[in-house]
Design a protein around this ligand. Sequence first.
Ligand SMILES: [Zn+2]
Length: 459
Amino acid sequence: MRILSSLAFAAALAATSPAFAQDLSAGAAAVRDKALTDPLAWDIAESLTSEVGARMVGSPAMERARDWSVAKFKELGFENIKVETFTTPAWSRGAESAEVVGPWPHKLAILGLGNSASTPAGGITAPIVVFKSYQAMLDQPPGALTGKIAVVTQAMARTQDGSSYGAVGVQRRAGAAEAAKRGAVGYLIRSISTDDTRLPHTGGGAEGGIPAAALSPPDAELLERLAARGKPVMVKLDMTSASNPASPAWNISGEIRGKEKPDEVIVVGGHLDSWDPGTGAIDDAAGIAITTAAAKLAAAPGKPRRTIRVVMWGSEEQGGSSGAYAAAHKDEVAKMIVAGESDGGAGRIWSISLPKTATEHPAMTAFKSALPKLKVAVNRAAPNEGGADISGLMALGVPFVDFNQDMNRYFDLHHAADDTLDKIDPAELSQNVAVWAAFLYTVANSDIDFRVKPATEAK
Ligand SMILES: [Zn+2]
């Protein structure tokens, strides 16, 4: 007992001393530099996208993804590996086609939106009404779209912070229900996309009870031009899909157990599921790869004092994993030091937001000292979002961080057939790993408490 308490005293002293802060800074720099040349994250993303590929909740591929996760955690030496089962609604795509049948016939490139209804067998043929903004459709009174296929063609701007996804993405997330309220029999949107290829981009949110699909950007522009000619434009939609109201799904986690305070847990991860057209490389094999590799690299100099847990959340795209994780771990939240999710692709991290409470703590001073070489700016404001899969933990009061990835290219690929491994730049992926690894290293080897109010506020 005497030896233990003096060790504990030494550790407590060490964790706040200037010498300790210097050691943390040096350690963070070493972890960062190792991460910049380490191939592990790339190998993980390559393995998941090659050995599993597309990973829709409720599909046989998702079961293979679950087994892949467990095997990968084992192979990498993670401990306390858990497979936590929950159930969630799962939608799956069947055959889909669309065409302009007259007066100027064209095949259309479409992709059904998650939770879209099927058409009756043989499809539906109806006149379209094109709205160049989502608001223009919302301005229609009830009944105004009866018997019509509503088409919203609002385009999305390319932005570094991805903010246009929130603004323009509402036409995908909520539009089918709004169109149905106004009497529409079908709903088409310009893909929530910044590219100009003929590949449509899918995504969730089509809970309107009518068939709903995304058009490739060139097809959306074609419909605008045809509608502008002043004659009724007839479109045939033929779509099938299936829904399982209670599909099994899994949150899978592995830990690097802390050697001094194993009950104090840092929770990071990405989501294992994906949409179906591509192989889910940037969304979100990248996030799985970045956080898993970062945890390993953070522990490479030696076992950390606290536990680092990596979670591969199992149903982000169709929802359910965040709530299931929070419910299963609600009794543990007081011991969760901080949570973070990587789910913005594989572009380099350009800025970070840390809880305001801790930016002057020696651990964060050490972390921040590793960032200039990585060209990462530290935002003055605390984060207001941290990722869909940690939102359940955030609601329970777990502190969180937000590491902002460059999203200029993300929406060229997101939820589309060309979300594939070749789009990941290994150097950018490594930069992400370096930021996360330095963060995990400093938090796991310190006593930082992100729940403590800053001194200036306490006064
Ligand atoms: Zn994602």
